[in-house]
Write a protein that binds this ligand. Sequence first.
Ligand code: PHE
Length: 451
Amino acid sequence: MKNTAEKNAGSFGSRIGFVLAAAGSAVGLGNIWRFPYLAAKYGGGIFLLVYLVFTVTFGFALMLTEIAIGRRTGKSVIEAYSTVHHKFRPLGWLAAAIPVIILPYYCVIGGWVLKYLTDFCIGAGEAAADNGTYFSNFIGHAGIPTLFFVIYVLATAAIVILGVQKGIEKMSKIMMPILLVLIVGIAIYTLTLPGAMEGLLYYVKPDFSAFSMKTVVAAVGQLFYSMSLAMGIMITYGSYMRKEDSIESSVRQIEVFDTVVAFLAGLIIVPAVFVFSGGDESALNSGPSLMFVTLPNVFASMAGGQIIGIIFFLLVALAALTSSISLMETVVSIIQEKFHWGRVPSCLLVTGFSLLIGMLSIFGYSIWSDFTIFGKQLLDFFDYISNSIMMPIVALFTCILIGFVAKTTYIESEIERNEKFRAKGLYRIMIKYICPICMLLILFSALFMDL
Ligand code: PHE
């Protein structure tokens, strides 16, 4: 209780507010441009099944751990890790570096989404329906991407600066229900298109021949990214959680929200692309080209495509915004704690930093496009190093810290403050054995396998 009273200025006011904010972080571009593609590629229903099993076991255990560390210590990421064990302070630093790297380039992509939303709103969306020239011209010149990037960063900052309750919680309570309604709406519409049923079947029917170790690695990797794990976000949000609320059921609800949105995104994208391409599976690709090239083509070929385009990009913008808010909040909380600064100056510093560093990614696609690191352009490099290398390392050592150093009772006692920990047995096995093995697998595959 003491902790709640002390931190009242920076606490969530309700359990639903916390759940929606955390779900807002989890639901993001990954749900929309990566999940559907992976599901279609790695065996449809069988991928969905594997993903689901990992969500309720592996994802559950990791998210629960982070939220409990946050709430128990009441600190932001660096201090939280060193409070659990002083030797793990470097792990806190590593975890803290991840949102610092991701935030600027995530906002660059957020800017692209705003640009496409604007295009569809002013009736210029059709121009994007070509073989990708429109998109490469757009990102190939720094000017317009910079404009939308700046707008996007300022929109994120405007919410974060208002604080946890008045900014993040309030906006999540508005944006997340809208997002859900929009996604259900377009899913129903696309499923009524002629030929959509075949695409739906392709998406949900298990194809056992496509099942391999890669299915497992892809599912774990996606889950981990999708739930915003291993970068201090859930620790930060956990530190704002009220002591009287249940962590276990909150995590279950966040999981359901994240998985339902990912599933629905697939329900829209797989059948729509299928219909558009006349059943050609190879039309379904991941990443920017799916969102900014394939889908505008699909919308252009649909009746009412402009409206669908507007709704779709609005939905993506909401999903991205609630994620970038969580990234910025995490970085702001680190600055607040390290420098003992107030929210406003911390937020201004982080905004300035994001604007500056984000420009690197913008230039990486335009005036510096010849410059690559390990064959990757700047944005892709930032993405690779943070998601595929740093995050699995942080998660692995978090499991070691909780499983073997501080012991699982550190987390269990926080969960059991106000309820019975129903999945305790499962939790112990996951944190001590299964999660670390999965993390090693992911790390290994990022380094040596091409997924
Ligand atoms: N969880 C988000 C998604 O699924 C991704 C994300 C990564 C969000 C990093 C915030 C920070 O897209």
